[in-house]
Design a protein around this ligand. Structure first.
Ligand SMILES: Nc1ncnc2c1ncn2[C@@H]1O[C@H](COP(=O)(O)OP(=O)(O)O)[C@@H](O)[C@H]1O
Ligand SMILES: [Mg+2]
Length: 393
């Protein structure tokens, strides 16, 4: 008997490196008639020392090849453990799960070719060894989704737009899907869009700046600004905000992607300098970074999207969707656009990206391409990822 559907786990750790999000999906069919239902989601935190090391490495501090290799396998164990923890929580035996899609942890991403030993080179590195995940869970695991797109001249990012297209494309509404992870990225889906009309790019920072400020000012006691409670106590300093909005990244035309390389510790230093210039207190600066996050998204929409495309709805996911100040600011600055948390359309804010990698793995398993060249800049469609098979039972 052929099974009609597959149970697939998707796993993701984003640039915030706050932990591993796991989503369980039941998927059947093929695009355009692909059915995907989210059955459950959970999140497993990284041990503190490991998170520190990930952030250190992702900020391009030196690491030996040996330590990097160890980190890759050690993270593989943690991803495998997260998958097993999730199975227990969902009360599903791992034996019933056909496939895992694991994004891994990005520690380097250079989507645009840059000079390396005299050669223009683009590259990307996600770690969390898929072979370890397959061996420990007994579930065939697809990982390393990004390199195939880079190899075909693309930026290797963003990959979620393919899933946004499947989930959110609407006959009557122009929609933008916004994910607020460490970095903010949007997928623009014009009304009744064809795949080649989908535009997607990173708009700038999301939680990365606020997280870094909060952790700095509280000496690591707090990791993020829960429900914007610190930012809400800060003053609004319009001149400081204007200064931030002159950010060079915002002016670059899409396709474009960014990360910790730009909005990491180097940018944080710049924030402190700007903060001093306007005599900002810690909470003032946290407020400015929070509002800047929302306004950099608004800036991207006004500059590159709404002049050409009518947008009715903005669907927000990622941890930043829980920040009330960001959501309020988005609504206020985007009259005529309905701002909706993704849970309103059935996908919890914290499950969206992990769910997406379950779908991407399902597509790869069926040997279908799942990059969108219009989003990544690749020369054409390509099947993403590498397969680590489960050991025979
Ligand atoms: N209740 C909340 N209030 C404010 N911010 C939140 C809340 N919950 C999560 N966040 C933010 O979301 C971030 C995690 O978002 P996530 O989508 O996991 O990002 P990434 O994909 O980069 O890992 C946290 O670091 C925090 O800044
Ligand atoms: Mg996360």
């Amino acid at each position: 008997m052929t099974r009609k559907h597959m149970l697939v786990l998707g796993m993701m750790s984003g640039t915030s490196a706050d932990g591993i999000d796991v989503a369980l999906a039941r998927i059947s069919g093929a695009p355009p008639n692909l059915n995907a239902k989210l059955l459950g989601h959970t999140s497993v935190k990284f041990p503190v020392a490991l998170r520190k090391e990930i952030l250190r490495v992702a900020e391009q501090h030196p690491i030996t090849a040996g330590a990097l290799s160890q980190l890759n396998f050690c993270l593989g164990e943690l991803f495998a453990n997260a998958a097993l923890v999730a199975c227990r929580k969902f009360r599903v035996s791992p034996r019933r799960i056909s496939l895992i899609g694991s994004h891994g942890q990005t520690i380097f991403h250079q989507g645009e070719p840059a000079n390396f030993l005299g050669r223009p080179t683009a590259s990307t590195l996600q770690i969390g060894e898929p072979a370890t995940i397959a061996a420990r869970t007994g579930i065939t695991t697809i990982g390393d989704f990004r390199p195939a797109d880079i190899a075909l001249g693309g930026q290797g990012a963003p990959l979620v737009p393919y899933v946004d297209y499947l989930l959110y494309r609407h006959k009557k509404f122009g929609r933008v899907s916004l994910n607020l992870g460490g970095i903010a990225n949007i997928t623009v889906l014009p009304r009744a869009a064809e795949p080649q009309q989908v535009l997607a790019f990173d708009t700038g920072p999301a939680n990365m700046l606020v997280d870094a400020l909060v952790s700095h000012f509280t000496h690591g006691r707090l990791r993020f600004d829960k429900n914007a409670s610190l930012a809400s106590r800060g003053r609004i300093l319009p001149a400081l905000l204007d200064d931030l909005l002159r950010d060079a990244y915002l002016r670059i035309a899409p396709p474009k992607s960014t990360g910790r390389e730009y909005y990491g510790h180097v940018y944080l230093k710049k924030l402190f300098i700007v903060g001093r210039r306007y005599r900002a207190k810690p909470n003032d600066l946290i407020r400015a970074a929070t509002i800047f996050t929302a306004l950099s998204v608004v800036d991207a929409l006004n500059r590159f999207v709404t002049p050409k495309t009518k947008i009715h709805q903005l669907i927000v996911s990622g941890g930043g969707a829980h920040n009330p100040l960001i959501l309020a600011q988005l609504s206020a600055a985007l009259p005529g656009i309905e701002v909706l948390p993704s849970s309103r359309l059935g996908i919890p804010e914290d499950a969206k990206e992990a769910f997406a990698f379950a779908l991407l793995a399902y597509e790869t398993f069926h040997q279908r391409p799942s990059n969108l060249p219009s989003a990544t800049g690749a020369r054409g469609p390509v099947i993403l990822g590498k397969i680590s098979y489960a050991p025979p039972r």
